[in-house]
Design a protein around this ligand. Sequence first.
Ligand code: N01
Length: 530
Amino acid sequence: MRELDVIVVGAGFAGLYALHKLRGNGLAVHAFEAADDVGGVWHWNRYPGARCDVESLQYSYSFDDALQQEWVWSERYAQQGEILAYLQHVADRFSLRPLISFGTRVTSAHFDAAVDRWHVTTDLGEEATARFCVMASGSLSASRLPEIPGIETFAGQILHTGTWPPGGVDFAGKSVAVIGTGSSGVQAIPQIARSAEQLVVLQRTPNFVVPARNQPLSEEKQSAWKAAYAEYRAQARQVGTLYDFNQTSAHAVSAQAREAEYRRRWKLGGVNFVHAFNDIMTDPVANQTAADFVHARIREVVNDPVTAEKLCPRGYPLGAKRICVGSDYYETFNRINVALIDLQATPVTAIEAKTIRTTEAVFAVDLIVCATGYDALTGALAQIDIRGRSGTALSAKWADGPRNYLGLMTADFPNMFIVTGPGSPSVLVNMVVGIEQHIDWIAACIQHLGEAGATRIEPEPEAEQAWVQQVNDAAAETLFVQANSWYLGANIRGKPRVFMPFVGGIGRYRAICDEVAASGYAGFQLANGD
Ligand code: N01
C-alpha cells in the first residue's frame, strides 16, 4: 500500500499542477488517472472541431515563465490535439509521469478519523493512504447520455463527445444524428456536416452562438504577448480571462451606438461579445438588445427562414446558458445534407434499429453523436464513494446541494480539497487561472498545517452555511439563474437546483481566500489528532 502525504485524483490541468507544486513543497504526492495518459477533458474530448474558446495565450499555465515563453501556440484558439500535446509536454518537462498511475480509476476515498488519513482504493484493487486528498477530477468530466425512448435499442454506433474514440470516426458515406447543441455540438456539427453524407441535428434548446473568428497566431502577436506576459497574467489573476470589458451600460448609449458596438465585437469574434456592456448579465432589457442582435445575424446567415427561427434562442437570457463560440455554425444549416429538428415542436417518439422517429418524420441513421453534456461540477465526485469523518457519504451530505466552504472544502470531510468545484468561480472563469489559484491556496494551507502542528483542517458548519448563502446571493443578482442550465444542475433529473459556481469573479474570490488564509484560516477548524 502506498503511504503518501497527498493523493491527487486526476491528471488534467489541475492534477498536473498539483503534482508539480506539492512535490516542490517536499511532499510525497501521487495521482491516479482513469485515462491512459495525462490531459483530463483534453484527453477525452477528441470529437471533430474540439478546441478551446479561451485564447491559447491565456488558456495556459502561468506558473513557469520558461514554459510560457518557450511553448509556441499555432492558432488563436488551440485545437484539442494541441492542448493535449501541451499537457503532455508539461508532464514530461516537469517529470510528472512517474508520479501518476494511469488507467486507474479511484473508486473510494474514506477518511479514517483515528489516524487523520484518507484511505483510497482503485478499480485495479490498489490501495493508498495519505494525509490529504486533492480532488482534481474535473468540473465537466462525468458525461451523460440522453434519456430518449429506445436509445438503448439503437442498432448503429452511439458516441458521446466527451468520451470520443482515440482513433477518430470516419463519417464518410454515413447518415449521422447529433443530439445536443451546446458548446460541444456547436463545434462538432459543422465538421461532421463536411464529411457525413447526411446530418440531422436534434435540437432541444437553441443556444446563442457567437463566431470564433479563429485564425493562425502570428509570430508578432505571440512575441508581443509573451513580452508582456507578467503584466497580462497579473491582470488575469483578477479577471480570469482578459476581455475588453466595457464599463458602460447598454442603456447609456443610443441604439445606433449599441448596434455598432455589437457589430464591432461580432467581427472580432469570441466571448468578448458578452462584455459589450456592463449590464448584459444583470439587466434583462440590456440583455435583450444583445439577444436581438444575435437573432438578426442568424436570420442574415441562414437562408431558410423557418430554420432560422428554429435556431433563434428565446425564453432565457443570452449568456445564462454558457455562450457558445462557433465556426460556420449557422452557415452549416444552409447545406443540403443538413436538417434541423426542433425537438420541442416535434419530439423523438422512438429509436428503433437504425431509425429515429419524431412526431413528424423518420430518419435513417448509422450513427448517433450525443453532445449531451455532463453531470457538471459534482458528477465526477459522485462517481467515487467518498466518506468523511462520521462515515457519511458525500453524496448524502450533498443530497440537497453541494454545501461547501469557499468551494474548497466541505464540513465532515477533513483534509479533502476540491479543485474548481461548486462554490468557486470554476467554470465561469478561465479554468487554468482558477486551477492555479486553488492549487496555490491548497499548497500554502498544507504548509501552514505543518508549521502549526495540525493534522486536520475542516470547515466550520456556520462558515459553510454563510458561504453557501453568499454564493446563492451573488447568483441571484444576475440573470444566470433564469435559464435551465447545467450551472444549476437543471440538465440532470433529480439533481437539486442550486446555482453552483460563485459568480462574484475570480479577483474578489481570490481576495476572500487570501484573507481567510492570512487570518489563520478563519472559518476552518484546525486540530491535532495525536
Ligand atoms: O454540454 P451542454 P456541452 N434530448 O450541457 C442537449 C464546456 N465546453 O458538452 O439545453 C435532447 O452545454 C441540451 O439541451 P438543453 C463548456 O463550459 C467548452 O456542449 O438541455 N437534447 C444541450 O443542447 C460547455 O458549456 C468547450 O435543452 C438533449 C446539449 O444537449 C460545457 O463544456 C467545448 C438531451 C448539452 O449541452 C458543456 O458543453 C465543449 C436530450 N435528452 C464544451 N439532453 C470550449 O471551450 C441534453 N440535451 C469551446
